[in-house]
Design a protein around this ligand. Structure first.
Ligand code: SF4
Length: 455
C-alpha cells in the first residue's frame, strides 16, 4: 500500500509542526497530503535530512515502476499502475502492441511487416489507433544477421524497439546500433545477469528479466536494483493461457496489495509464442490487454485482428470516470460560408464524431457548434442541465458565430425539441429550428432544408 499523508507528516521537520510555508503550502500537513497523492515533489521542502528524504522517496515510489522505452514523440511508458481492477479507479499506461520480426524471416516479409506497422492506423473518435512497438528477434544465432536487421529497422522508422537475443554480445552490439533510441533489452536470466550488468555499466538500459517462474524473477530484480539498474520489465515465461493469467495476476497483486518491490515492475507478454494459431494468438492478446502486460508481442496481424484489439485497449485504458469529450467551440465542416446552416450538439466525443460525419455525408458545408456538457450526450446533458436553453444561449453569443452567418437560424437536435422556447428567449433574433432526432437522418435532412432556404 502506498504511504498515506498522515504517515508522511510524521516524517516531516519537527514531526510535521514546523509549518514554515517555504514549500508553498500553508502547513506541513497540507504538504504531506499533496505529497502522498503524488501532486508535489519531495524536494519542495528544503529541511528534509538526506536519510528521511531517501526513506520517503522509496516509500512514495509507485508500487509498479513506470518504465519508458524508445525516445522522442514515439516513446512508450508502461507500468505506473495503481489498481488491480480497472473499475477501482483507472489503468494508467496502455500496453504497447508490438510486432515481432525475426532475423530468420526473408527480406520481403520484413519489408511487408515494416510497411504494415506504418500503414495500419485507424482514426477513432478523434484519436489514431496503431501498434506501437517492434520486437526484433535474433533467431538465427548469427550476430551479423541480427545487426543487419536492427540497422534496417533503425533506418526505416523511429518506433520503440525490443531487442531479443540469447547472445549477450549480439544484444549489446545491436543496442549500440540503436544509438539513443533507448531499446528494451531482452533478456536478463540467471545465467547471463553478471555479463549484462558488466556490459551496460555506466550506460543503463531498460531490461527484461526472464525466469521460468515468478519466484525465479525475484533474486534477479533484486540484484539488478542493487547494481543501480531499476528500469525493469518482467517476463514470467508462460506456456499457456492459464499459466499466463495466473503469473500476471500474481505479479500485479504482489506489487499492489503487498507492495512487494522485487515484483513492482511492468510485464511483457508473448501471445506470439503461446498462441497455437492466429485466432488463439489474437484472443490471448485480448486477454493480456485486460491482465496485465505492459507490452504485448504478436507474430503478425492484419486490420481484422489489430483494430478490435486496439479498440479494446482504448476502452480498457480510458478513465471510466471521465467521458471522452472534444473541445467546446465552433467546428467548420467542409468550407462553410455566411449562408451555411448552423447546428449545435454536445461535446461527448462519440456524439461529435457521429454528427460531424453525418454532416459531411450530407455534402452541405456547415457550422457545428459544440457545447461543453462535460462529455455527456445530448439528452443526458439536457437532463443534467448542461444542454439547456439557458446555457446554450450565452455559449452561442460567446462563440462569435453571429458575425459569421447571415441567416440566424440554429438547428437543435430533435431529441431536445423542448428547449426551443427557452432558446428563442435566450437568443433574440435567432430562429430556432428543431432538427432530426437521429444523426443518421442529417444527410437526408440538410440538403432539403438548404434548398428550401434558397427558394
Ligand atoms: S517547507 Fe517543509 S517544514 Fe516547511 S511547511 Fe513545508 S513541509 Fe513543513
Amino acid at each position: 500500500m502506498a504511504l498515506k499523508g498522515t504517515d508522511v507528516v510524521k516524517k516531516l521537520p519537527e514531526g510535521g509542526k514546523k509549518n514554515c510555508r517555504e514549500c508553498g503550502f500553508p502547513t506541513c500537513f497540507a504538504f504531506a497530503m499533496k505529497l502522498a497523492s503524488g501532486g508535489v515533489a519531495l524536494d519542495k521542502c528544503p529541511y528534509l535530512p538526506a536519510d528521511v528524504k531517501a526513506e520517503l522517496e522509496e516509500a512514495l515510489a509507485p508500487p509498479i515502476k513506470p518504465v519508458t522505452i524508445g525516445s522522442g514523440k514515439n516513446a512508450l511508458t508502461i507500468g505506473g499502475e495503481e489498481v488491480v481492477y480497472r473499475h477501482e479507479k483507472t489503468f494508467v499506461h496502455q500496453p504497447g502492441v508490438a510486432l515481432l520480426i525475426s532475423d530468420k524471416e526473408p527480406d520481403a516479409k520484413v519489408d511487408e511487416k515494416l510497411k504494415k506497422i506504418k500503414e495500419l492506423q485507424f482514426a477513432w473518435v478523434g484519436l489514431t489507433l496503431k501498434a506501437d512497438v517492434l520486437a526484433l528477434r535474433c533467431e538465427s544465432g548469427d550476430k551479423a544477421k541480427f545487426e543487419a536487421l536492427v540497422k534496417k529497422v533503425c533506418d526505416d522508422n523511429d518506433l520503440p524497439l525490443v531487442l531479443m537475443s540469447e547472445d549477450v554480445e549480439a544484444l549489446l552490439s545491436a543496442r549500440k546500433i540503436c544509438g539513443d533510441r533507448k531499446p528494451l533489452l531482452y533478456a536478463v536470466t540467471k545465467d547471463n545477469i553478471d555479463k549484462i550488468i558488466d556490459g551496460i555499466k555506466g550506460s543503463p538500459a531498460p531490461l527484461v528479466v526472464k525466469g521460468h517462474s515468478v519466484e525465479e524473477l525475484i533474486p534477479l530484480t533484486t540484484k539488478l536494483k542493487e547494481a543501480g539498474l531499476d528500469e525493469i520489465v518482467l517476463d514470467p515465461i508462460a506456456k499457456n493461457m492459464q499459466e499466463s493469467v495466473k503469473d500476471q495476476t500474481l505479479i500485479r497483486r504482489a506489487a499492489l496489495k503487498q507492495n512487494f518491490r522485487p515484483l513492482g515492475y511492468p510485464t511483457i507478454g508473448f501471445p506470439c509464442f503461446i498462441g497455437k494459431d492466429e485466432v488463439r494468438e489474437t484472443l490471448l492478446a485480448a486477454m493480456f490487454v485486460i491482465k496485465y502486460p505492459g507490452i504485448i508481442v504478436l507474430s503478425d496481424f492484419d486490420q481484422y485482428s489489430l483494430l478490435p484489439l486496439l479498440v479494446q485497449r482504448l476502452n480498457i485504458y480510458t478513465d471510466p470516470r471521465i467521458p471522452m469529450s472534444v473541445e467546446q467551440k465552433v467546428y467548420e465542416i467542409g468550407e462553410p460560408t455566411a449562408e451555411s446552416p448552423v447546428l449545435i450538439t454536445s461535446n461527448w466525443a462519440l456524439t461529435y464524431f457521429i454528427v460531424a460525419s453525418e454532416i459531411e455525408g450530407s455534402k452541405i458545408p456547415s457550422w457545428l457548434c459544440v457545447k461543453d456538457t462535460e462529455g455527456l450526450g445530448v439528452l443526458t446533458g439536457w437532463a443534467a442541465g448542461k444542454f439547456s436553453g439557458d446555457s446554450i444561449g450565452p455559449f452561442i453569443k460567446k462563440t462569435g458565430i453571429e458575425d459569421k452567418v447571415k441567416n440566424k437560424k440554429l438547428i437543435i437536435p430533435g431529441k431536445v425539441a423542448r428547449i426551443k422556447g427557452e432558446l428563442e428567449e435566450a437568443l433574440p433574433g435567432w430562429e430556432i429550428i428543431v432538427g432530426p432526432r437521429e444523426a443518421s437522418e442529417i444527410p437526408a435532412y440538410l440538403p432539403g432544408l438548404v434548398k428550401k432556404w434558397q427558394n
